[in-house]
Design a protein around this ligand. Structure first.
Ligand code: G6P
Length: 616
């Protein structure tokens, strides 16, 4: 979380910085700010609480000149979101300006030491401590900014992506990375710097991803140099070509990214499947799995670590892998796993499931498992992000940039990849026979068309339904088996973007407590598709109805039994049971979306949230 942008070249830096901040706003939107060295050699910093728009308003009549600058959009960690705590931060003399994504764990010790040397602080942030430290080192060691940054990074404990500029040198940006992402775009005589590639793609498709411990020296008009901050030896600069297109970063006529991303799913899932499931449904190809075939054949256990929506996809993955591969699967919240001293055995496979590939807890969990001898496998969306770079192997979900903070198309992409993996590993192990493979693989290929069908038949209906429930204060989401995680995900979608309290529950577990909450004012959304526990779910619906609860049921097309009991019914087409979460997700996403819109919420940027959680 937090996004940083930098520019050095011939253009007015401000325009590029602000456009970049808009692209990165999904990473945090508590405040934003820019620092530029002006044509008059002043170091101008403009910052403002709130969204980038507020910054633009604030900066409108200021001196916006300069062809070098850094910028930041913040998700507050240290210090409340206000103008003072907004980045960039000045050093004591006003000579340096710094932006930072991450958290500095030993900042209070460093602050104390600097205070003892007469340094004063205007903000509560850890970043101000870092920039003061750099200036202190420059002054006491009489060294360059680069040398001071190398030294400062040795003293700082924590996660950071830093970008610093020096008023006395308008021709250089220094950037450093440890556990927080940084990408440098290489243009014609200009460089771009950002937390991810989205602010860069409209200018160049040539990028360099910094690794942990790297310090980049970005000099105007000179070759990009990257060093190891510990040894100060030069590292190889590896240029990667971006596959992203600018259209993928626009709303494409939709009022919100979230709605665009929901409606994109037929296409994104077709991309996800493309080249992986053969036309006759007889073969699944996932090179990241096939190349490590023996690991998957021998493993006694798979651990999946994830957070948020990805954790829900992981729960579906557990069902899939256990059912079709007969390998025990443990699903853990990455944040719990990393501090639990978990049992990790040689031969265990750990799957890190993450849309962004940057979630700090998931990354730390995978590093821990790797250090204990596990084979680590990543399932991510953002190409070149930290998790895929830290794993032994993996598989991208290929659903394109997801900008809406609430995850939609990444969820269905993750479930699709997990389904393909389960089929492939099952086939390799002999736990999936040819007929099952062909049936499920053929159904995977049908998913994009079936989702289109759901849109045609249900979009307007759900929009209407949402009007009825917009003013509910609580919701219950119930499901069983493969669709218990769907219930959790449906509830999370509603909470995230509408701020309505919602709980997801295994339908049968409801009677052990949650049923006490049911009354006329508490609607239940029940996923009651035709699966192996269908009759049981029907009973659960009756239990809700008997207590005066309202029921919105998601059912299999043609269902007449639930239709008679539920107050409202949304149909999804029939498909192999293990793939039903891919279809039931769609009405749940739409319902949450329309309720949030009716409530006037900022759907793409819900309060207090950020898309890429790069802090603990
Ligand atoms: C944040 C996002 C969620 C996401 C979670 C995990 O909380 O708002 O949408 O599911 O992080 O992110 P990841 O990128 O690891 O899937």
């Amino acid at each position: 979380m937090c996004g940083i942008v930098g520019y050095i070249g011939q253009r007015r830096a401000y325009d590029i910085l602000v456009q970049g901040l808009h692209r990165l706003e999904y990473r945090g939107y508590d405040s934003s700010g820019v620092a530029m060295i002006s044509d008059a050699a002043e170091l101008n910093i403009y910052k403002s609480k709130g969204k980038v728009e507020a910054l633009e308003h604030f900066a409108a009549n200021k001196d916006l000149s300069g062809t070098i600058g850094i910028a930041h959009t913040r998700w507050a960690t240290h210090g409340e979101p206000n103008d003072t705590n907004a980045h960039p931060h000045f050093s004591q003399s006003g000579r340096l300006a710094m932006v930072h994504n991450g958290t500095i764990e030993n900042y209070s010790v460093l602050k104390k030491a600097l205070s003892a040397h007469g340094y004063t602080f205007v903000s509560q942030t850890d970043t101000e401590v870092a920039v003061q430290l750099v200036e202190y080192i420059m002054d006491t060691n009489h060294c360059s900014l680069f040398d001071a940054m190398c030294e400062a990074t040795k003293r700082i404990v924590g996660a950071y992506a830093f970008a610093v500029i020096d008023r006395q040198n308008p021709n250089q940006i220094i950037a450093a990375r440890q556990s927080s992402p940084l990408v440098i775009g290489i243009g014609e005589g200009e460089y771009f710097l950002a937390s991810d590639a989205t602010p860069i793609i409209e200018y160049t498709n040539k990028v360099v991803y910094l690794d942990d411990g790297d310090i980049a020296v970005i000099d105007r008009g000179a070759e990009l140099k990257v060093f190891d901050s510990k040894t100060t030896s030069k590292s190889r600069v590896e240029i990667t070509e971006l596959q992203m297109s600018i259209e993928q970063l626009e709303k494409g006529g939709y009022p919100h990214f979230m709605l665009k991303e929901i409606f994109e799913q037929p296409k994104t899932l077709a991309d996800c499947i493309s080249g992986r499931v053969s036309a006759d449904g007889k073969k699944i190809t996932l090179s990241g799995v096939i190349e490590h075939r023996s690991k998957f054949l021998k493993t006694k256990r798979i651990i999946i670590v994830a957070c948020g929506t990805s954790w829900h996809a992981a729960l579906i993955g557990k069902h899939l892998i256990e059912e079709y591969c007969r390998i025990p699967v443990v699903v853990e919240y990455a944040s719990e796993f990393r501090y639990a001293n978990p049992v990790v055995n040689q031969g265990d496979i750990l799957i890190a499931l993450s849309q962004s590939g940057e979630t700090a807890d998931t990354l730390a969990a995978l590093e821990l498992a790797k250090s204990r001898g596990a084979f680590v496998f990543g399932i991510c969306n953002v190409i070149g992000s930290s998790i895929p770079r830290a794993t032994h192997s993996g598989c991208y979900i290929h659903v394109g940039p997801e900008i809406g903070v609430a995850s939609t198309k990444a969820f269905t992409g993750q479930v699709t990849v997990l389904a393909m993996m389960a089929m492939l590993i099952g086939q390799m192990k002999g736990t999936v026979d040819d007929a099952t493979l062909e049936r499920v693989a053929t159904d995977i290929r049908r998913v994009p068309t079936l989702i289109k069908d759901i849109f045609t038949k249900n979009d307007k209906k759900i929009e209407e339904l949402a009007k009825i429930f917009t003013y509910a204060h609580n919701f219950l989401y119930l499901g069983r088996g493969y669709n218990y995680p769907s219930a959790l995900e449906g509830a999370l979608k509603l909470k995230e973007i509408s701020y309505i309290h919602a709980e997801g529950y295994p339908a049968a577990e409801m009677k052990h407590g949650t049923i006490a909450l049911i009354d006329n004012d508490m609607p239940s959304v029940v996923i009651a598709i035709k699966d192996n526990v269908y009759e049981k779910t029907v009973n659960n619906i009756q239990q809700v109805k008997a207590r005066g609860g309202k029921v919105v049921a998601i059912v299999t097309e043609g269902d007449t039994i639930v239709a008679q009991m539920a107050d409202y019914v949304i149909e999804v087409p029939e498909i192999s049971e293990c793939l039903t979460p891919l279809l039931t997700a769609i009405p749940l996403q739409l319902l949450a979306y329309y309720i949030a819109v009716n409530k006037g919420r900022n759907v793409d940027q819900p309060r207090n949230l950020a898309k890429s959680v790069t802090v603990e």
